[in-house]
Write a protein that binds this ligand. Structure first.
Ligand code: PLP
Length: 385
């Protein structure tokens, strides 16, 4: 059975072009970029090229790119590195719907004595910018707000937020792990100080990421050791990963318009048909300002996990908005923060598409969804029989 992969916000297929660039870097060109010999030196040039490719997609200087082990490390570095560089400031502002790579760090810092403000969102997943403006004060070290949400795809008004922080002289970090490659960015024209991205979300390899550090931003290194990455991130470079994320960024920049409009059309077709054909289904999140590849739909009175299992039988991969913790199914913190009713939050499914999805796959899924939902509703204790 062929796999139909609609879980691209979890991870993506590595592009063939990326794989081709990486393959020789394991057994043929495996030198250490810090070595004095020519063999190792070649790796330094490859890293330099990758830095330019990433900078090309982000619209920044190559020297502002720091390679890391992924989105999680980039987020940790941005937060902890800023606080270490500004030890007299003890307040962090974030949102309630951040990825755990940000939220868990902030909550841990709160336990250590920092003041953490988690801004709420409305029922469409949008932030109240006025509340953010009110919270900005002289004690604020950092504002860390994601570019786009991984569960709903809702995009935050990052230009407005970063103008506010710039006015107040507060460092601004954005977790753009889900946004890069899906929405246009030009960091040279923005007020963003720090931005995280991850290779495996844009058809690059897993275990590699980037932290963009705007020239002049005060940041203490998080990983200590050697002098790699100009002293900003210690550890022997993951050369295949770095070359891979570079190529993935080059591909994303090259085919940007064409691929994102194709993905948007497929997403809209899938979403529109499911909402029309499945009774008691509702969209979670703001419809307009959203990533082109993501849709999050709640099906009242049934469990998201049950839908996933039935989709899986047909080879269709998606994900649910619940996390199985300590034996009970908790609706996602994102949907809870948006005030999605309990019965709907439990039955939420995220479909996240990529450039590799086809119209046939969308049509097949549209055909399978209504009978799955009807069958599960018949078994549901919440539906009057
Ligand atoms: N931030 C967001 C918004 C994400 O979606 C993810 C991964 O799901 C991460 C951070 C973590 O990235 P990584 O898997 O590269 O550590």
């Amino acid at each position: 059975m062929k796999t139909i992969y609609f879980d691209n916000n979890a991870t993506t297929q590595v592009a063939e072009e990326v794989l081709e660039e990486i393959q020789p870097l394991f057994c043929e060109l495996y030198g250490n970029p810090s070595s004095m010999h020519t063999f190792g030196g070649q790796m330094g040039r490859k890293i330099g090229q990758a830095r330019e490719q990433v900078a090309g997609l982000l619209g920044c200087e190559p020297s502002e790119i720091v390679f890391t082990s992924g989105g999680t490390e980039s987020d940790n570095t941005a937060i902890k590195g800023t606080l270490a560089a500004l030890p007299h400031k003890l307040k962090i502002i974030t949102s309630r719907i951040e990825h755990p790579a940000v939220l868990t760090v902030c909550r841990e810092l709160e336990n250590q004595g920092y003041t953490v403000v988690e801004l709420p969102v409305d029922k469409e997943g949008q932030l109240d910018i006025e509340q953010l403006a009110e919270e900005l004060d002289d004690d604020t070290a950092l504002v860390t707000i994601m570019y786009a949400n991984n569960e709903t795809g809702v995009i935050f008004p990052i230009d407005k937020i970063s103008s506010l922080t710039a006015e107040k002289g507060v460092v601004f970090h954005t977790d753009a792990v889900q946004a890069v490659g899906k929405i246009p960015l030009n960091l040279s024209k923005s007020n963003i100080d720090l931005l995280s991205l991850s290779g495996h979300k844009l058809h690059g390899p897993k275990g590699v990421g980037v932290l963009y550090v705007r020239k002049g931003t005060r940041l203490s290194p998080y990983m200590l050791g050697g002098h790699q990455e100009a002293g900003r991130r210690a550890g022997t470079e993951n050369v295949p990963g770095i070359v891979g994320i570079g190529k993935a960024c080059e591909l994303a920049a090259k085919n940007f318009e064409q691929e994102n409009s194709k993905v948007r059309k497929l997403r809209d077709k899938l979403e529109g048909a499911i909402l029309e054909k499945c009774p008691d289904a509702r969209l979670n999140g703001y419809k307009e300002n959203r990533l082109p590849n993501t849709t999050n739909i709640s099906f009242e009175y049934i469990e998201g996990e049950a839908i996933l299992l039935m989709l899986d039988k047909y080879g269709i991969c998606a994900s649910s908005g619940s996390a199985c913790t300590s034996g009970s199914l908790e609706p996602s913190h994102v949907l809870r923060a948006m005030g999605v009713p309990f019965t709907a939050a439990h039955g939420s499914i995220r479909f996240s598409l990529s450039r590799y999805n086809t119209e046939e796959e969308v049509d097949y899924t549209i055909e399978k969804m209504p009978p799955i939902v009807n069958q599960l509703r018949k078994l549901s204790p919440f539906v009057a029989k």
